[in-house]
Design a protein around this ligand. Sequence first.
Ligand SMILES: C[S@@+](CC[C@H](N)C(=O)[O-])C[C@H]1O[C@@H](n2cnc3c(N)ncnc32)[C@H](O)[C@@H]1O
Length: 239
Amino acid sequence: MKINSQYSVKITEDGSPTLVLSTGVDHLFVEEKMHSRFGAASETEYIYGPAIDWAFEKIEAPRFIVVGLGLGYIEFLISRQGRLRNSIYEIHSFESDPFLRDSILAWLHEDPNDLDPVFCSALTSIAGRELDLQVKEDLRSMHEKGKWRISGAISPEAVGTPANGILYDLFSHKITPELWNDQFISSLLQKAAAKECSFASYASKGAIKRSLKTCGFTLVDKKGFAGKRESTLAFRTVF
Ligand SMILES: C[S@@+](CC[C@H](N)C(=O)[O-])C[C@H]1O[C@@H](n2cnc3c(N)ncnc32)[C@H](O)[C@@H]1O
């Protein structure tokens, strides 16, 4: 289903929705999906769940940085875990596209917009019908209190207080090459990572792994989602 000239919605194999971006790269028409076609919700749980749980287990009131808000799956997952654990937490999300930033806020505040059914379905895919309304209300209230911040394009200078969990979920290297090189990722980690910090990404680029090692993270071997060779999961603990 087409949303506008840029985005259309596709249902992935676990029944959860994703957005497909139509764009041009080097004069070529490119379509980029936000998630694996095998399951947007399942991929989010598999890739980002362990890093989120680690931060909740290690830190009393963890802070999270989500790089790439998109449809908010990662934020829904953090918030579901926060509620199940009865824990306080903060989130700072980054999203370069004002349409996506405005749409999720409109949806949170019950202001009708074209993506409403997509956010509802994404949320229920993560939180289930038992928790979806509570998770939505938690996020709305956190946003109102400044505990969930949504900023524009990611930059090391914009991260503010360092986080205990960094969830790096950008479009691929072919769409945003400047966000996948050693220099950018190292300087981001230096500003964004608290002493105790987890890091996860669906991607397994050498630049991420090198930068994590240089910054004192321990990498865990983790296969990618749905048969992909690798993903990235790393932790830094202070003894
Ligand atoms: C793979 S999608 C994120 C999916 C999302 N985490 C979700 O749960 O639906 C990548 C997102 O990164 C955003 N993005 C692209 N460049 C960015 C930048 N420089 N800073 C922050 N976000 C960016 C895109 O607009 C897109 O929404």
